[in-house]
Design a protein around this ligand. Structure first.
Ligand SMILES: [Zn+2]
Length: 460
């Protein structure tokens, strides 16, 4: 990772040499540079590990508690790279700067003595929003979903179809019973739908590469924030087009079938998901060889957190194929903070109840930006007066994601998930409580990641 010390305005008073030495040390700690063969050229590139896990930390107080879960997993012999992610939207809602995500990650890495790679993801950036992430991120999620379905130049579409007659197949894909054959008309339809998005990804990728150096960042292309899922044949065509644009992506986040609501389990057809997920893995492994994409290219699942029922499917697929995975979660750490404060009682519990009461009063405003990724039945949201009569444990039980717990309420959980800006408004009153209750809050954060996510994905 290349660190631009000019942009670290948080500790101006530091001795510059000390600062650069520490940046260099951090860069060395994070080093994951490997030689790549890309379209006949050998390249030294910052390389994402086989397994990586995206974690959100809205208020930048839980990085150490999050990292502890990765250490516990490492102690069991499984290495997963932590990737701290925070989107422009979340920064805007909270009023934070991207540099704070890097600073919190580095502090945690130093405090816990983490010697393995770690990354900072400029999550869902576009050309208009990438600049302020440039110096403090080494992972960029290039979001081109908005350009899906917009027309690309007709001659570009025609040129793609002519250039890629091999896509018409039949293509034998390892692990798939039936070879893939895609008609010329179908290729044309898919390219017409996605080519402009791919060209956008190329523009954003080259912009980042010009600023940072192509070898110094990990590129992900995301198309998940759209209505229609991309099928495996569509993914194949998209990857061919990305290779044509010379985008050396290491992860791709398609939209999968089903609903990925924030902070709650998957809603959809599990069999269909499994079929698609396995199809995508087969397509990726073929595309790496056929189009010379980076050998570590893998799926990124923008899970919206807590897709527990998908974990056994994903795990089976990874074990069967040896594929890698980036699993992005969506800042549910903030819910663990509320759970911890509720459990702490006293002022912590009082603020947790206040936040809920405020959220309930402003439900429209808070839910509107997330309308497509939450499903809240308002009749099942308890009244503020009811919640005010609850004990801390009762409130914690209602929010903590143990789906079969009698007191769990998925509607409350989703509402609070999108209400982090209410806590941001409470300012230091909220963050001081986090500091004062660091132990009980941190325990929730670590246990959540380790017990509910890592264990089912990697251990038991
Ligand atoms: Zn996403």
């Amino acid at each position: 990772m290349v660190i631009d010390s000019k942009n670290s305005d948080t500790d101006r008073d530091d001795d510059v040499c000390e600062r650069l030495a520490s940046d260099f040390q951090t860069a060395m700690l994070r080093t994951g540079f490997f030689v790549f063969l890309f379209r006949g050229n050998l390249l030294l590139m910052l390389t994402l590990e086989r397994f990586s896990f995206g974690i959100g930390d809205r208020f930048a107080h839980q990085a150490a508690a999050q990292l502890r879960a990765f250490q516990m997993l490492e102690a069991r012999g499984i290495c997963v790279a932590p990737v701290w992610n925070k989107s422009n939207r979340e920064h805007t809602f909270i009023g934070s700067e991207p540099q704070s995500v890097f600073d919190a990650g580095r502090a945690a890495v130093e405090a816990l003595g983490w010697k393995r790679p770690w990354h900072v993801d400029a999550d869902h950036i576009r050309l208009e929003t990438v600049d302020r992430f440039m110096s403090c991120s080494d992972f960029f999620t290039i979001d081109v979903a908005d350009s899906i379905g917009k027309p690309a130049a007709a001659e570009d579409v025609r040129a793609f179809v002519d250039r890629h007659s091999e896509l018409q197949g039949p293509i034998e894909l390892a692990g798939l019973a039936v070879p893939l054959s895609i008609s010329r008309a179908e290729i044309e339809r898919v390219v017409s739908k996605y080519l402009l998005a791919v060209q956008d990804a190329g523009r954003i990728y080259r912009y980042i590469a010009a600023a940072k150096g192509e070898a110094n960042f990990i590129a992900e292309v995301s198309m998940d924030e759209t209505d229609a899922p991309q099928t495996p044949p569509e993914l194949l065509i998209i990857l061919a087009a990305l290779a044509d644009e010379n985008v050396r992506l290491q992860t791709i986040a398609p939209k999968f079938t089903g609903r990925f609501n924030k902070g709650v389990d998957y809603v959809g057809d599990l069999q269909q998901f499994e079929k698609e997920f396995n199809g995508d893995l087969a397509v990726i492994s073929f595309a790496v060889r056929q189009f010379g994409l980076p050998a570590n290219l893998k799926l990124s699942v923008h899970s919206g957190s807590d897709k527990f029922s998908l974990y056994p499917i994903i795990r089976r697929a990874l074990e069967r194929t040896g594929a890698g995975l980036h699993l992005k979660t969506a800042g549910t750490t903030w819910l663990e903070e509320i759970i911890g404060l509720a459990e702490a009682g006293g002022d912590g519990l009082a603020l947790a109840k206040e936040i809920y009461a405020y959220a309930l009063e402003h439900v429209d405003e808070l839910c509107q930006p997330y309308a497509s990724v939450i499903d809240i039945d308002r009749r099942l949201l308890p009244a503020a007066a009811t919640v005010n009569s609850w004990s801390g444990t009762q409130l914690a039980n209602a929010i903590r994601h143990i789906p079969n717990h009698a007191e769990f309420n998925a509607h409350m959980r989703q509402l609070l998930h999108v209400s982090f800006k209410v806590a941001a408004k409470a300012g230091t009153r909220y963050t001081d409580l986090l500091k004062r209750n660091a132990e009980i809050v941190g325990k929730q954060v670590t246990e959540n990641i380790y017990d509910r996510h890592m264990k089912p994905l990697f251990l038991d």
